[in-house]
Write a protein that binds this ligand. Structure first.
Ligand code: ADE
Length: 226
């Protein structure tokens, strides 16, 4: 099982840069995934190869025109493609979303201007609109790199240590990780909590659970609501 990801954007080098180092670079070298970033302008026509237009009915900013997007997606897609649109108007992207796409054969990730894309694209070509958080980025290529990274690291064989995401999926998705420490045991008068050096695995597990709960209460009380 080998995945292909095509990113469609006005800034292909922005999307590709974070996917060209470290774990994702190695996943590509191991041919677990093929990743391409295309410039939408390559499908634009006319002397100026325009990709955006003013809004119908007025309003601030520009929208991506439908024609180059339809041409690009119709050229790239096959029967097993899923088309994702990066937009702050999308569904919140979660670890579970990454899991669900980690077994896909072909993803086409369309990056909007933050003003968006002509809605006919969404109505007829897009399978899911995705937001990576409640803030507005200058362009969706950054979001596409985030989503691609989160998906590709879940492909079996992408992480060197297979245990690292086993533990992730066994752990409670509604709880943040407990604080963690490494050597030295004392650094600038700050000591690693004794329990972590005790060798008592039951005590350590209880401590982690308690600290995870405190950290979640502090940083993400919303996760404890349901
Ligand atoms: N494009 C601009 N902002 C975005 C966001 N928060 N998520 C996804 N795509 C975006």
């Amino acid at each position: 099982p080998h995945m292909r990801i095509d990113i469609l954007t006005l800034f292909p080098e922005i999307a590709l840069a974070p996917l060209s180092e470290s774990i994702i670079k190695r996943a590509r070298e191991k041919e677990l995934v093929e990743i391409y970033a295309h410039n939408l302008r390559d499908w634009a026509t006319g002397k100026h190869r325009k990709t955006d237009e003013y809004l119908c009915g007025g309003g601030q900013g520009m929208l991506l025109k439908p024609e180059p997007i339809f041409a690009a997606i119709e050229e790239l897609q096959s029967a097993n493609s899923k088309v994702l649109l990066m937009t702050p108007q999308g569904k919140p992207f979660k670890q579970a979303t990454a899991q669900s796409y980690s077994t896909a054969e072909h993803l086409i990730i369309l990056c909007g201007h933050y003003e968006g894309v002509d809605h006919r694209v969404i109505d007829t070509l897009v399978d899911e609109e995705i937001s990576i958080g409640d803030y507005v980025l200058t362009n969706g290529a950054i979001a596409a790199a985030v989503v691609t990274d989160a998906i590709v690291r879940l492909i079996p064989g992408a992480l060197g240590d297979e245990r690292s995401h086993q533990e992730e999926s066994f752990s409670d998705p509604n709880l943040l990780e407990a604080p963690a420490y490494t050597k030295p045991n004392t650094f600038r008068d700050m000591s690693v909590p004794d329990v972590l050096l005790s060798g008592n695995h039951k005590k350590i597990a209880e401590w982690k659970k308690q600290k995870a709960l405190e950290r979640t209460q502090q940083n993400r009380p919303d996760l404890l609501q349901d």
